[in-house]
Write a protein that binds this ligand. Structure first.
Ligand SMILES: [Zn+2]
Length: 131
């Protein structure tokens, strides 16, 4: 959640940041993940929409946002890669065998595809000669 106080000073206003550029129609573009926070003492700082990170520099928010996508990616995308560290060796070897078989199969298909392409080219060339 966006910060509600910064160094003990309450946030009194929380607005999305206006981008320093406009869209093609000249309309204002907002960067809703970058919050413009006005504090009770009148100071303006910039905050993250997802946590209490704040900075006086508006350009430090966008790089910070990567932290949140990174966390999501780590926790959801590759549980199998993380779990593989806990697998018994026999299971890992079985998976390696499967991977090898799939790779060999792919290579065989690639060889067939390349041969087929060559034959197709030859057939096309032959047709050109006939015309
Ligand atoms: Zn954040």
């Amino acid at each position: 959640m966006t910060a509600t106080e910064v160094d003990g000073v309450a946030v009194v206003s929380d607005e999305p940041r206006e981008a320093p550029f406009r869209d093609n129609g000249g309309n204002t573009i907002y960067q809703p993940q970058t919050r413009v926070l006005t504090l009770a003492n009148g100071t303006v700082v910039y905050g993250c929409q997802h946590c209490d990170y704040t900075s006086p520099n508006p350009n430090s928010i966008r790089p910070h946002l990567g932290k949140h996508t990174g966390r999501t990616r780590k926790s959801t995308a590759t549980p199998s890669a993380r779990d593989s560290l806990n697998l018994p060796l026999a299971e890992l070897m079985a998976r390696l065998d499967t991977l090898t078989a799939v790779t060999e199969d792919r290579d065989a298909w690639r060889t067939r595809a390349l041969k087929a392409e060559k034959k197709l080219r030859q057939a096309r060339n032959a047709l050109v000669v006939i015309k």
